[in-house]
Write a protein that binds this ligand. Sequence first.
Ligand code: UD1
Ligand code: CA
Length: 457
Amino acid sequence: MKLGVVILAAGQGTRMRSSLPKVLHRLANRPLLRHVVDTSNKLNPAQTIVVFGHGGEDVQQTFSSDSDLLWVEQNQQLGTGHAVDQAIPALADVDRVLVLYGDVPLIQTETLSSLIQAATQSDLALLTVDLEDPTGYGRIVRNEQGSVQRIVEQKDATAAELAITEINTGFLVADKKRLTDWLSRIGNDNAQGEYYLTDIVELAVADGVDVKVAQPDEATEVMGVNDHAQLAQLERYYQHNQAKRLMQQGVALLDPSRFDLRGELTVGRDVQIDINVIIEGRVVLGDGVCIGANSVIRNSTVAGGVQILENCLIEDATIGAESVIGPFARIRPGTRLAGRNRVGNFVEIKKSEIDEGSKISHLSYIGDAVVGKGVNIGAGTITCNYDGANKFQTIIGDNAFIGSDSQLVAPVTVGAGATIGAGSTITSDAQPEMLTLSRSRQYSVKGWKRPVKKSKK
Ligand code: UD1
Ligand code: CA
């Protein structure tokens, strides 16, 4: 059976009060539509069509690398039925059509599979759910035998129909040929003057179709985003589920409600994560990694036994085993720490290779540097890597010792085993195994008197 997917994404999203098209708002740092497309792709559809409207260029731009998506414009939002109808001419020779929504991001592949499964026994299957408060949704009207008869929208419903708690989620699977025919027959004679996709149900029943129904595990899967409050609610739900999964994998989350994963996290054993940690992009944490409160780790690999203390920001970096980072360290893109490194408070490292066991413990900026093994970089050391126009490299050999408050003006090399006296400004290469100093000699003035305040006359 060949499946075609139609994703409705033409809605304006007025209640977001934003210039960004609704489906580009982010959940776990991914556009809503990205969640839907990724879920849909897992079903291996023969074709996926996105029906767009407002802000269509931005949306297509965001998905420009998804070459297999087909884009169909719905100029005017005349209703869900009209929207699906726009996609019909673009549908290839698929057998079934699955309708998804660009602003309903948490639908699960398993739920869609069960809906597709239900549609193998019928030309129309609906995803429905029972809600304690069904206000606002289309209601599933069944006959005495329990067969689905039609869907009635809130605004068109009688008092008796409004009491129905089984609601239409909007997700459905239909036979393509029959769907095409039904859509050509729906009108817009209703309270909202819209072409309702839901009206195909009554036509299907009239055609003798026994409409099937599937249900999701959780109602949250079918919840849409219309405003920021709903978006935040779905974000929390999503984060809660991820946190639960990580704890099942053995991660000690000190408070799962204060942890955010916006990407993919791979973990070893005995990982511990304190509160308010944000993990973004692709992050790998090795065995026994501990992350302190308020740290952000983005697209990085952290090897086993590493401790990241409180308030660190680590981006596009590799942290070698048994290193201790922070508190208050900033590790910027392109940094590789080989292992057993110490990076202390108020240290910034950018695009640098730091070999085994080297320490940068306090208040330093190390940029565009290659640092050997066992190096000790004293407090307040700065690699002056930028002359206002170009960046230059600093090379520091194994076991060098850089005295506190030194400036290494790149391009410059500090030889292996070299010692740089505190307070030096190093502008040319420092020889290995020697002491290099550039500060002026200290002297004392004998008999010097402090100035005294003049007395007022
Ligand atoms: C729709 C259903 C309702 C269901 C509810 C679930 C209809 C007529 N009603 O109602 O039974 O309970 O969803 O949330 O289908 N859209 C377009 N083009 C349009 C109109 C809508 O792309 O012309 C898209 C919207 O962007 C949105 C989705 O379709 O993603 C649903 O549209 P909306 O107007 O919100 O439908 P509801 O009134 O909520
Ligand atoms: Ca809606």
